[in-house]
Write a protein that binds this ligand. Structure first.
Ligand SMILES: [Zn+2]
Length: 220
């Protein structure tokens, strides 16, 4: 086993033995709360979960939290330390934000894909796991409708929107069977929206009927 694998296994054992830790700072919790009191106060909830994304491919975009504070710590713990309990929390909050919106009827849920090499390295795609949980609570199927066809730079390393757009331009391909579908696209963070928009346009070009976007976080 590689060092990474061993570390991942140890983290899973830890999560199984100590499920009642704060999702942000690992303090033990007395009961089944997601966060300890002090972290709970640092959850940066967005007053209006809607993301302004007019002119894009989505009829509606939502994110319940700002990308900072305890929520951000929870996402990083989930992404890089395999803390899957965080996915349950983030998915539940994302669904709650979606349910407050007047949404079109949806057929299925998909997610922003990562390349196979990166997936092999990490062992899971956090957006896919989120999408599956969101789909389950909405009673919809989650389908792998997008594939990433080339390597891109990590979006967070790129400064402006133009660079981010160029980075993901043409990087995705839609699966067969997208035609006519009303799709909810899930990602973990909406930053400038360049990745989500590129995925959205790819789905629309493949014939998708209507798109909604949701993520636990928006960077604003
Ligand atoms: Zn805490």
């Amino acid at each position: 086993m590689s060092q990474n694998r061993i570390a991942a296994v140890l983290r899973r054992v830890d999560a199984a033995l100590f499920p009642n830790r704060c999702l942000a700072f690992r303090a033990m919790l007395p009961n089944r709360l997601w966060f300890c009191q002090s972290c709970d106060k640092k959850l940066a909830r967005r007053p209006d979960p809607r993301i302004a994304a007019e002119g894009g491919p989505f009829v509606c975009c939502v994110a319940p939290f700002r990308y900072r504070g305890a929520g951000r710590s929870a996402l990083l713990a989930y992404k890089f330390q395999n803390r899957h309990a965080a996915a349950a929390f983030l998915a539940a909050e994302t669904v709650a934000a979606l349910e407050k919106q007047p949404l079109p009827a949806l057929d299925c849920v998909c997610w922003t894909p990562m390349r196979y090499a990166k997936y092999r390295k990490r062992g899971y795609n956090q957006s896919c796991l989120l999408a599956r949980r969101v789909a389950k609570s909405l009673g919809l199927p989650s389908l792998p409708l997008l594939r990433k066809t080339r390597r891109t730079e990590t979006q967070s390393k790129l400064l402006d929107e133009t660079a981010r757009r160029a980075n993901v331009d043409g990087a995705y391909r839609a699966a067969k069977g997208v035609g006519g579908k009303r799709i909810l696209l899930i990602d973990d963070v909406w930053t400038t929206g360049a990745t989500a928009r590129e995925c959205g346009w790819t789905l629309l070009e493949a014939g998708a009927a209507e798109l909604v976007f949701a993520s636990p976080f928006a960077r604003d």
